[in-house]
Write a protein that binds this ligand. Structure first.
Ligand SMILES: Cc1ncc(C[n+]2csc(CCOP(=O)(O)OP(=O)(O)O)c2C)c(N)n1
Length: 677
């Protein structure tokens, strides 16, 4: 026997004492199989009752049923996209699951999630995930919240064998191991990576061997055996509850059907299909019960009949139920209510602070006033951040709430999603905005979606702090201004403070907001100082600030360009021009009222200035909105000043040539005014 085989779990013989459990498993596994069969039939009917692809778990039913039997009632589950079985085993009703597969109002998400993305984070079933591997960082966050709450709960995440090749999975395991999180990672190895045999993508005998690279146990078991699964999960859960950290359990399962409902499996041999059919867990369990003399054929058939008739009734009920009302499609992108201020504290006297000190002060106040706040990221804890924004906070608030993470942006952002779903308020730092690009899935596919998919029942109140822009010598991968990229995403709030006061106030508003907020700080402003009123009054999000009124033209700016715009406006005074400066502060929500007012006051003449390059920059959106909202009333004359569409060179001589400056902005205003007169 090889070393790898030595870890394979050998199922014990069953006895009388297992009967109740195994009969319960038999019923639940049959229930899942029947739901899957019905879903397959409905999707193949003419006309189909389910549109879109569905991914069915026939052959894998024992895993969710028995794994959940090994957990406690309050433990939570994050499922693979092939997750109908997990949803049912976690306690969602057949109506909620079949209703969602059929995209009906009766479904758990009223048809917004569908077959592969149903969610119920207000229950123990956090949800499925249609991005393979993405559930691992999210489950880390759930486990992190459990650990901080000392509630002895365990988070279990299920992924497929291919998902074990995803970066998110590895980052999640590194994060979970580093923090010794109460997490169980179940890998349902069905031997197929969509249409490709998994053996093509693995060079190891057991996928669970990979766990050793993280210093955590990795077990491989028979995923058709309800006793092996339950007992292994129970042991792993006890270990995790005791503080010994995560475990990987690879469950070997057969894939009885295709990858998805319309898969004709032209790529799969008859022998492979037959080998899978020979391991059908329902047949195996039925045989095992009968061979041991614990149940007879007739009693098992009776269970099957009961299950079939129950599911048929549910399917009929779902098919008779209404589809969602079209007009509801626009609901619940954002939280309905305005954030509640932390306190009604009086204004305090202004103090002179740098932009960076203002951020540090805001973080400290949040840690002080909200026990649910966590502050973490790369170098954020002990060292206090590479720029010092969190310096001293770990010492004051402790290493449970302020901590360092592995260099793993997917794990940082994904764990923030999971922790936010469980009542925490993570404020995470992504060291450089450019680094967010390696982990955008967790912001765009995960954080931004959850409120909408759950019909407003759940939000993801996290805050991402990052910094951006070019400074002398910074290279092309440490210079970008990426705000437009994320402002494009419904479900994310985007702020970009340009003064020390705003670095403080905007961060506090972002923390108070119930939706995911990304705050783009300006590295070049970190050492700039100004008056800061560090009060506990929380201002509403999405308010622009008119830094200077103007009647001849207005410059709309944000972040680093606010100071530059003010400089340009002051230069233009020598030309006899009264030019205003509007600082947007928040790009989402966009303060259209202040924007339209400032532009109307300036006779429709507007220059939008941003450090980002021009094409697809947020300036284009500002000008489009002005035309839509104001164009019918006044003539809009608009232009943009930004970096040209060129990469950012490291040499300051070269980068200064590209970056927008006061002279360019002033020139744009002059040409606008002269063209208009
Ligand atoms: C990040 C990502 N890449 C690719 C896909 C497309 N895709 C959907 S299912 C699937 C196969 C997943 O295989 P595995 O993780 O083994 O799960 P199984 O299908 O066996 O349940 C792939 C590649 C995806 N959904 N997400």
């Amino acid at each position: 026997m090889s070393k790898a085989d030595a870890d394979v779990f050998v199922p014990p013989r069953i006895s009388e004492s297992d009967l109740g459990y195994l009969l319960d498993c038999f019923r639940k596994m049959l229930q899942i199989r029947t739901v899957e069969q019905q879903a397959l039939d409905l999707s193949r009917a003419t006309p189909p009752a389910i549109l879109g692809s569905i991914h069915l778990c026939a052959g894998q039913e024992a895993v969710p049923v028995a794994a959940i039997a090994g957990l406690e009632e309050a433990d939570q589950i994050v499922a693979t996209y092939r997750g109908h079985g997990w949803a049912l085993a976690s306690g969602l009703t057949t109506v909620e699951v079949i209703g969602e597969i059929c995209q009906r109002t009766l479904g758990i998400n009223g048809g917004r999630g569908g077959s592969a993305y149903m969610m119920a984070p207000w229950t123990r079933f956090i949800g499925e995930n249609s991005i393979v591997g993405a559930g691992v960082p999210i489950a880390c966050g759930v486990a992190l919240a459990n650990k901080i709450a000392s509630n002895r709960r365990v988070a279990l995440v299920s992924i497929g064998d291919s998902a074990f090749n995803q970066g998110a999975t590895h980052e999640g395991l590194a994060f979970a191991a580093a923090r010794s999180l109460p997490l169980i990672v179940i890998c349902e190895n069905n031997g197929w990576s969509e249409l490709t045999p998994s053996s093509v993508t693995y060079t190891i005998a057991r996928i669970a061997q990979r766990a050793s690279g993280y210093g955590i146990p990795g077990l491989t078991i028979d995923g058709t055996d309800p006793i092996a699964i339950r007992d292994t999960v129970r042991q792993a859960a006890e270990r995790a509850r005791g503080g010994s950290g995560p475990v990987v359990i690879e469950c070997r399962v057969p894939r009885l059907w295709g990858h998805y409902n319309r898969d004709i499996e032209h790529y799969r041999s008859k022998e492979d299909r037959q080998a899978a059919a020979d391991r059908d867990p329902i047949v195996l369990l039925s045989n095992r019960l009968q061979e041991s003399g614990l149940a007879d054929r007739a009693s098992l058939d009776r269970i099957a009949d009961e299950v079939r008739s129950e599911i048929e009734g549910v399917v009929q009920k779902v098919l008779d139920s209404p589809v969602p009302e079209a007009a509801t499609a626009t609901n619940s992108v954002w939280a309905a209510k305005a954030p509640v201020p932390v306190s009604q504290a009086e204004e305090t006297a202004p103090q002179t602070m740098s932009y960076l000190q203002a951020i540090q002060e805001a973080l400290s106040r949040e840690l002080q006033t909200r026990p649910e706040v966590l502050v973490y990221g790369e170098d954020v804890g002990h060292a206090g951040g590479i720029f010092g924004a969190s310096r001293g906070l770990q010492k004051t608030y402790g290493p449970e709430r302020v901590f360092d993470t592995p260099i793993a942006e997917s794990a940082i952002l994904g764990s923030a999603v999971g922790a936010a779903l469980r009542g925490m308020k993570p404020i995470v730092e992504i060291m450089w905005a450019d680094f967010m690009l390696v982990a955008l899935d967790q912001l765009i596919n995960q954080a931004a979606n959850i409120r909408y998919i759950t019909g407003g029942r759940c939000g993801v109140p996290l805050v991402v702090r990052t910094q951006q822009g070019a400074t002398p010598g910074s290279c092309a991968q440490h210079s970008q201004s990426l705000e437009a990229l994320l402002t494009h995403i419904p479900g994310l709030r985007i702020a970009i403070p340009g003064t020390p006061q705003d670095a403080y106030s905007i961060l506090r508003s972002a923390v108070a907001d119930p939706d995911p907020c990304v705050v783009f700080e300006a590295r070049s402003l970190y050492q700039s100082s100004g008056p800061v009123v560090a009060s506990d009054r929380i201002e509403p999000i999405g308010k622009a600030a008119l830094r200077k009124p103007g009647t001849d033209a207005v410059i709309v700016a944000w972040g680093t360009m606010v100071r530059v715009a003010l400089e340009a406006a002051s230069t233009l005074e020598a030309d006899g021009l009264n030019v205003g400066v509007l600082d947007l502060r928040w790009l989402s929500p966009l303060d259209e009222t202040s924007l339209c007012q400032a532009v109307a006051d300036a006779q429709g003449r507007v220059v939008v200035a941003h450090e980002a390059n021009v094409t697809g920059g947020f300036g284009a959106e500002v000008i489009a909105r002005l035309h839509e909202r104001l164009g019918h009333a006044i003539a809009i004359r608009a232009s943009r000043v930004g970096a040209p569409d060129i990469r950012m060179p490291a040499s300051p001589v070269l980068s200064q040539e590209l970056l927008p400056n006061a002279a360019r902005i002033a020139a744009a205003v002059r040409s606008l005014v002269s063209a208009a007169s």
